[in-house]
Design a protein around this ligand. Structure first.
Ligand code: EPU
Length: 420
């Protein structure tokens, strides 16, 4: 297993190219199950989670090939199975995204129930209830969701108690091939869902309401293969903006979409970062002194839960106290104990964390617990005095393409080593 070793205190200067969004690529890859033929996906990030979903699709009979940097072709013409096994689903919850498209195309799907994970219980009851509303029989047997329908799914109305991201994506992929019209209410409108909708429309689906909390899907009898470019990863973008804020420097992020980070940019400007944004770039300058800001995570366009750990790391260096309220996941403060090992003054009270800023961090050995928690440790390590060693970095490999290389390229003293 590898670890990351960081010598803190070096400012960041230069350019970082932002990769395609993991959470957009995953549902789009799943959507290729909806119809046979060669689909082409551009700007696909080279990440562990992407390899996992491609391995899962391969077990179903899907073939794929890389035909250029970030470009893959996928064909699901010869499906041989409708089952996502526990062994694969337990390594990546997003595997549940095959449920909707498999059921829509094949009339059945058997997908292992994902268990809880480091950030919360994360049930999939909305996915199951939604599929039932479209006429599927769904039972839970031996840890698997078994869904079946004779003939096609039928259009229906689905109301989400909470706007679930992958829940919305699964229902969209189920509804596009249903007989009749489906109305999906109180859905999530994260940009990654917009990217999936663009893919589905390119495939011939009829969907109204993109970027709103109400989607109307007119089911079609068949879809066709399509091509799509994966949108830039807004969470990777935000992570690097925050890193520059914590360490200082002057960095331009290219190939990103600043418009996708409305809440973060507002907070970073109040905190005192200089941000310049264009259609596809961000220039960020960290000036040293930082003001504290309060954060409440919310569904898009609110402050993303996937940046909560990282902004907490930034607030350690701010003047004053910051209140951080996590409203999406019930257990997403695993990074706090590790940040404290570096010297941070953070208290957790239920769903809130209170960060007393102004601590001087000193390097230590810490452990990554989930993807975004790991990113917060990298940020803290870059700004700490001395050497920080982060173990269990396979979490980072799931969602950040070439993180070590990208940071080293702008002057961070960071390397990967074998963890003995
Ligand atoms: N929820 C339920 N029942 C459901 C579905 C969700 O109660 O059937 C609850 C969850 O437990 C949670 C809330 O609803 O409390 C929101 O969860 P959501 O379903 O929106 O999360 P997700 O779809 O499982 C995606 C991202 C996450 C990101 C969340 C929130 C993907 C593959 N994953 O997860 O990304 O944190 O939306 O924005 O898109 C990450 O990239 O590090 C990551 C965890």
């Amino acid at each position: 297993m590898d670890k990351i070793v960081i010598e803190g205190g070096h400012e960041l200067h230069g350019h970082i190219r932002i990769s395609g969004a993991k959470n957009a690529a995953l549902p789009i890859i799943a959507a290729t199950l909806l119809t046979p033929g060669w689909h082409t996906l551009y700007n696909v990030p080279d990440l562990h989670d992407i390899r996992t979903i491609l391995s899962l699709l391969a077990t179903l009979g899907v073939v794929w090939e890389k035909i250029g940097p970030g470009t893959i072709r996928i064909n699901s013409a010869d499906l041989v199975s409708c089952e996502a096994s526990y062994e694969l689903v337990k390594t990546m919850r997003a595997s549940v995204l095959v449920l909707g498209p498999l059921l829509a195309r094949m009339g059945r799907a058997r997908v292992s129930l994902p268990g809880g994970c480091a950030i919360g219980a994360r049930p999939i009851n909305f996915h199951i209830q939604g599929l039932k509303k479209l006429g599927a029989d769904v039972v839970l047997e031996q840890g698997y969701v078994e869904a079946a329908v004779s003939g096609r799914l039928s259009g229906g109305t689905v109301y989400f108690d909470f706007p679930s991201v992958t829940g919305t994506e699964n229902m969209l992929m189920a509804a596009v091939l249903a007989r009749g019209t489906s109305t999906l209410k109180n859905v999530a409108c994260e940009p990654e869902i917009g990217n999936l909708i663009d893919m589905l429309i390119a495939m011939g689906a009829e969907i109204e309401g993109r970027d709103t909390d109400r989607l109307v899907v007119h089911g079609v009898e068949r879809l066709n293969p399509a091509e799509i470019t994966i949108i830039p990863d807004r969470i990777e973008t935000g992570t690097y903006l925050i890193a520059v804020g914590a360490v200082g420097g002057d960095v331009t992020l290219t190939d990103c979409e600043p418009v996708l980070l409305p809440a973060l940019t507002e907070k970073l400007r109040i905190a005192g970062l200089e941000l310049q944004e264009g259609d596809n770039f961000f220039r960020v300058r960290g000036r040293g002194s930082l003001a504290s800001v309060d954060i409440k995570t919310m569904v898009y366009p609110g402050f993303p839960t996937d940046l909560q750990a990282q902004i907490m790391a930034l607030m350690i260096f701010a003047d004053g106290t910051s209140f951080i309220n996590e409203t999406i996941f019930e257990n997403r403060f695993m990074h706090v104990a590790e940040l404290r090992r570096l010297g941070a003054d953070i208290k957790v009270d239920g769903a809130s964390a209170i960060v007393r800023g102004g601590s001087r961090l000193t390097g230590a050995k810490v452990m990554a617990t989930d993807l975004r928690a790991s990113a917060s440790l990298v940020i803290a390590g870059l700004a700490a005095q001395g050497v920080t060693e982060i173990s269990r970095i396979y979490h980072l490999d799931r969602g950040y393409e070439n993180l070590v290389e990208k940071l080293a390229g702008v002057g961070a003293v960071i390397r990967r080593e074998k963890d003995e």
